[in-house]
Write a protein that binds this ligand. Structure first.
Ligand code: SF4
Length: 592
């Protein structure tokens, strides 16, 4: 290792106080500076942080933003999720490959540009999209690509390119979330009550977590407040990695004050002095804006010591940027990542409210949930509960993408029907809708009368529209592939089961499946769902299970025979070997 190299590593570990809990930050900084994390780099980091190199290697190898091999100075991450491919990402990919002279997954021979695929960067409403290092490009067309590559090669600032415009795309605002709120009003309303009264107000509003599971927020805060321990923490989960979800991008861009207001209310309620906003790595482009909002809030006395003049109430927020791992959206995996480890979910109990960040009681809340909590402080529980349904009060933000006239974010009251949303977004002729992202459910026209709510069709926000021309089963197959790729590998039912599901599904998709294969697919999907350890495995088979239920005719059309059909063509598989060895194929009807 050269002296310069060593100096950079030492300065970086020093900058983060040689704190092993900041390993992800250190690795992010060094990945940016050195282009990769070599074995030597890992060893030097380990030495500085007083860790074993295996621990460092174990953590950094988990995240897709870190590379053990040298990468180009510029990394182009093209989003190839289902919606992005529907909108032409494959064509854009070919254009990049032609312009760069390398394939995706490779670094060009001159080592200047690397290209990789990524499943979602939170811009499905402006697809196809890509990140050039951390700069997003939107609404890409094949013809844009030569100019982009030229700008990269000439070392120009890509943020000057016209494709870097990100539209807010907030098409429908509502009274609860996307409405103006004066800075500090919610905090003042909170500190005029006792922490127990704040929780009581949230309880009477019947606020449920907006991440999808719908756990009562007041109960979570109450458990956290009552748990022992010297320190309590609040975490805002802004790791929205569910493909097709981008509402947090809009909230963090247009309503960041409301988010921090909600975090501060939560901190007051649970007795936390420290909070974290865990920002997905793909949203690093929002970091400067968010830091500026925090700076202003500190200046106004809305963060720091004795907030809003409330003696003894002190709270501040640090933003932790992730490094590309879908499973970190799961709260315990997120905490692991925040502590500088691989983002593998923890066994529960204990739950994070009992033992979370650094083993202390921690409340992890969704971005949207915190916005609702701030509004409830100002408007009151009765006002909030007027919207929505009895068990799903308030409004919900939907991230709408796919085959519709107006993709973007919509604030709708709980209880709105799927048909109503489709009408609103210009997608009434949809063949199917994926509600809740890949882990949600695929609905067909028979279900369009159902309502968006926790008791019926629950969703963290993703609403993907598939037009009449789409092959819905292929979409479900791609979702299944996504989960197989994102499995953290900790438990066998998910690690092995998801891969087996992909293979079995592929057989059916390719017209080689029988009724028995379909039954085996369903059995395996149920097993993976029931036996997996965390939410990823427990929901990863949903694309298969919900499409089996709601689109049986699409499976029927693919099942060609009741007889056994091999999943692959043996003669074709042996063809190359025969050519090499000069062996002749056997006669028709004999064994290969
Ligand atoms: Fe990891 Fe999947 Fe098991 Fe969750 S279910 S712990 S993601 S292997």
């Amino acid at each position: 290792m050269g002296e310069d190299h060593a100096r950079i590593i030492d300065a970086t570990t020093e900058r983060f106080g040689k704190d092993r809990g900041r390993l992800i930050d250190i690795a992010r900084a060094l990945q940016g500076e050195l282009g990769h994390l070599s074995e030597e780099t890992i060893g030097r980091i380990a030495g500085a942080l007083d860790m074993h190199r295996v621990e460092v290697r174990d953590a950094v190898s988990f995240y897709s933003f870190f590379s053990r091999e040298p990468t180009g100075k510029t990394v182009i991450r093209l989003c190839n999720g289902v919606v992005e491919r529907m909108m032409g990402a494959d064509e854009v990919a070919r254009a990049f490959e032609e312009a760069v002279g390398a394939r995706f997954g490779e670094t060009e021979p001159g080592q200047s540009i690397s290209m990789v695929y990524t499943p979602c960067i939170g811009l499905s409403d402006q697809a196809p999209s890509a990140l050039v290092n951390k700069t997003p490009l939107t609404r890409l067309r094949r013809d844009d690509v030569p100019g982009i590559v030229e700008a990269v090669r000439e070392g120009r600032d890509v943020s000057d390119l016209p494709q870097t415009e990100i539209k807010l795309n907030l098409h429908k605002t509502g009274p609860v979330i996307c409405a103006r709120l004066e800075r500090g009003v919610a905090i003042r309303a909170a500190v005029n009550r006792s922490p127990a009264d704040v929780i009581n107000e949230i309880n009477r509003a019947r606020l449920r977590g907006r991440g999808g599971a719908g756990f009562p927020t007041a109960m979570k805060w109450d458990y956290c407040r009552r748990a022992g321990g010297d320190r309590h923490f609040v975490i805002c989960n802004a790791d929205e990695g569910e493909p097709g979800t981008f509402k947090d991008r809009v909230l963090l861009t247009g309503f960041a004050d409301l988010v921090f207001e909600g975090m501060t209310v939560a901190a007051y309620a649970v007795g936390a002095r420290e909070g974290f906003l865990y920002l997905r790595g793909e949203y690093e482009h929002l970091l400067g804006h968010l830091e500026e909002v925090l700076r202003k809030r500190r200046h106004l006395g809305l963060l720091g010591e004795n907030i809003c003049g409330c003696e003894g109430f002190s709270f501040d927020v640090r933003i932790q940027v992730g490094a590309g791992a879908y499973v970190c959206g799961e709260e315990s995996a997120l905490i692991e990542s925040l502590e500088g480890r691989r983002g593998a979910p923890r066994d529960r109990p204990p739950f994070p409210v009992q033992s979370g960040y650094q083993g202390e009681p921690t409340s992890v809340n969704n971005v949207e949930t915190l916005c609702c909590a701030a509004r409830i402080m100002v408007e009151g529980a009765e006002w909030f509960a007027r919207f929505g349904t009895k068990d799903s009060t308030g409004t919900k933000l939907l991230s709408v993408s796919g085959d519709c006239a107006r993709p973007g974010v919509y604030e709708v009251e709980f209880g709105a029907s799927v048909a109503k949303v489709l009408d609103m977004v210009g997608g009434a002729d949809a063949r199917g809708v994926q509600v809740g992202g890949p882990s949600g459910r695929c609905l067909g026209p028979r279900d369009y009368g159902r309502s968006i709510s926790f008791d019926d069709v629950s969703t963290g926000g993703s609403f993907m529209v598939f037009g009449p021309q789409r092959d819905v089963l292929r979409m479900m197959y791609e979702f299944t592939e996504f989960f197989a790729e994102e499995s953290c590998g900790w438990c066998a039912p998910c690690r092995v089961g998801m891969t087996l599901l992909v293979r079995q599904f592929e057989k059916i998709l390719n017209g080689k499946g029988t009724r028995a294969d379909q039954a085996a697919l369903e059995r395996l999907a149920v097993t993976v769902k029931n036996m997996s350890r965390c939410g990823l495995g427990q929901t990863g088979a949903n694309p298969i299970l919900t499409s089996l239920r709601n689109f049986p005719e699409l499976y029927d059309a693919r099942l060609r025979s009741e007889e056994f059909i091999a999943p692959f063509d043996l003669a074709e598989a042996l063809r190359e070997g025969r050519q090499i060895t000069g062996r002749k194929p056997p006669l028709e009807g004999t064994h290969a």
